[in-house]
Design a protein around this ligand. Structure first.
Ligand SMILES: NC(=O)c1ccc[n+]([C@@H]2O[C@H](COP(=O)([O-])OP(=O)(O)OC[C@H]3O[C@@H](n4cnc5c(N)ncnc54)[C@H](OP(=O)(O)O)[C@@H]3O)[C@@H](O)[C@H]2O)c1
Length: 429
């Protein structure tokens, strides 16, 4: 589609939808070559809900599918959210009707992106989702377009602003996870149901999309290994800091001999690494490629303004007639990947043991690690003074996950070890 006049059907009038309508009211000529963008139809759950944007002159659709296929809709903009249900049905309907689709929906793309890409390409229309990853930071365009001349080898990022905010607050204020989460919910930084964010699933959706774009595979969300920050202890944030690390929720992807490995874990990042410097609600992405080398992107990953800007950039691409394969390569030629057995994965680990304050305890833990084949890199012991034991911390050299897991099981059974040992991975970046 190349057009100087573009009629949008916008489904979803929440943070992003209202942000987009406000932006278009302010800058209807934002697209290149002076074309005008108008919103003609809208849809949301409740017609009567008060909104920060005037929709009285727009055609209301109770059903987003009808909006997606309306003759008045040139481009369908899906800002509802969710991997299935109405969001998926309306996007499929728009693509089948030959309408370009712009969406901010990471769950939809991470879970159904391969099928939707085939549908879009079969119908010769673009399916664009810049806002789905890192909000205002153009990570999708970067990966899909700028990196076609290179081979991405690995990527690691902070892709969830809510978790990054919580971790930053825990470190700077010394408050526990539950306290900071409650504050974040009160301030509107976290959802009432925070599972998608703090459970690591939102970051996993985003890194699944980036991995697909980077490596030429169809996204496979079910293959991601996901661990969130909800079980993280303040004590580990403090002890990691004493060892020269900051704990971040790191979403990473790597292409190896056994396929694509996608992981989300709370991880230790050296304090002087750019990813450790990205504080508050910022998002950041660190990419290593064969020819360009190391690239670092950082910026606001959410919010009405940044996300609407990313949606608008996709609309501008539709208007200039840019139709590229949805995931860098044609959908039919995308490779598939499955879960990678983590047992052989090499990790460097941070291990924290709560032990009785008795002679010989450290030697027993060290011996168990040595017997299992785990080599210790550094050691930290904090003074006693807590009724529930003394924390000792060891970081390890590279070791297979299965070896580490067996050693942890064995040490957990020692009479002098009071609690299950805590394992955090040291980010390999
Ligand atoms: N918020 C961000 O900063 C951000 C950043 C990047 C990507 N995203 C993505 O953008 C999308 C929208 O996020 P958001 O934060 O704007 O969500 P939101 O504030 O919760 O808004 C969702 C909108 O969808 C409407 N909706 C829900 N179910 C519907 C249905 N069955 N039919 C029609 N409309 C329905 C809601 O209607 P009512 O208003 O009537 O309830 C609401 O207007 C999601 O995919 C999200 O992951 C958001």
């Amino acid at each position: 589609m190349t057009s100087n006049f573009c009629r949008l059907g916008v489904a979803g009038l929440g943070t992003v939808g209202a942000g987009l309508l406000n932006f278009i009211a302010e800058r209807p000529d934002f697209a290149p070559a002076g074309g005008r963008v108008v919103v003609t139809g809208v849809s949301a759950r409740s017609r009567s809900r008060p909104r920060p944007v005037d929709i009285s002159n727009l055609t209301w659709f109770d059903d987003p599918v009808a909006l997606a296929t309306s003759p008045e809709t040139d481009v369908y903009v899906e800002l509802i959210g969710g991997a299935d249900g109405t969001a998926k049905a309306s996007v499929e309907a728009a693509l089948k009707a030959g309408k370009p689709v712009v969406t901010a929906n990471k769950a939809l793309i991470a879970e159904h992106g391969g099928d939707l890409a085939r549908l879009a390409e079969a119908n010769g229309v673009p399916l664009l989702f810049e806002a789905a990853v890192m909000g205002g930071v153009p990570a999708v365009k970067f990966m899909r377009e700028a990196m076609v001349g290179d081979d991405v080898q690995s990527l690691a990022g902070i892709l969830n602003g809510t978790c990054n905010y919580i971790l930053s607050e825990m470190e700077t204020t010394g408050r526990a996870f539950a306290d900071v989460l409650a504050d974040a919910q009160r301030l509107g930084y976290a959802e009432a149901d925070p599972t998608m964010d703090v459970g690591g699933y939102d970051a996993a959706h985003k890194v699944t999309i980036l991995a697909a774009l980077a490596f030429g595979y169809a996204p496979n969300f079910s293959a991601a290994q996901v661990e969130g920050i909800d079980q993280l202890d303040l004590l580990d944030i403090k002890l990691a800091h004493d060892l020269g690390y900051r704990v971040k929720l790191i979403a990473s992807a790597k292409l190896g001999a056994d396929g694509v490995r996608v992981q989300v874990h709370p991880s230790l990042v050296p304090l002087d690494h750019p990813l450790a410097q990205a504080g508050g609600a910022l998002n950041a992405l660190f990419v290593e490629s064969k020819r360009i080398g190391r690239i670092f992107l950082q910026g606001p990953g959410a919010g009405a303004g940044p996300t609407a800007a990313a949606v608008a950039a996709d609309i501008a691409d539709v208007m200039t007639g840019m139709v590229r394969p949805v995931f860098q390569k044609p959908a039919a030629s995308l490779q598939q990947y499955g879960s990678v057995d983590p047992s052989d994965t090499l990790v460097r680990a941070y291990l924290r043991f709560m032990v009785k304050d008795e002679p010989g305890v450290i030697a027993a833990v060290s011996e168990s690690l040595a017997e299992a084949g785990v080599s210790i890199e550094s050691f930290l012991q904090k003074p006693a003074g807590q009724t529930d034991g003394v924390p000792i911390v060891m970081t390890t050299h590279s070791v297979a996950e299965s070896v580490l897991a067996a050693a942890i099981d064995q040490i957990a059974g020692l009479a002098t070890v009071l609690d299950r040992p805590r394992l955090l991975r040291i980010a390999q970046i």
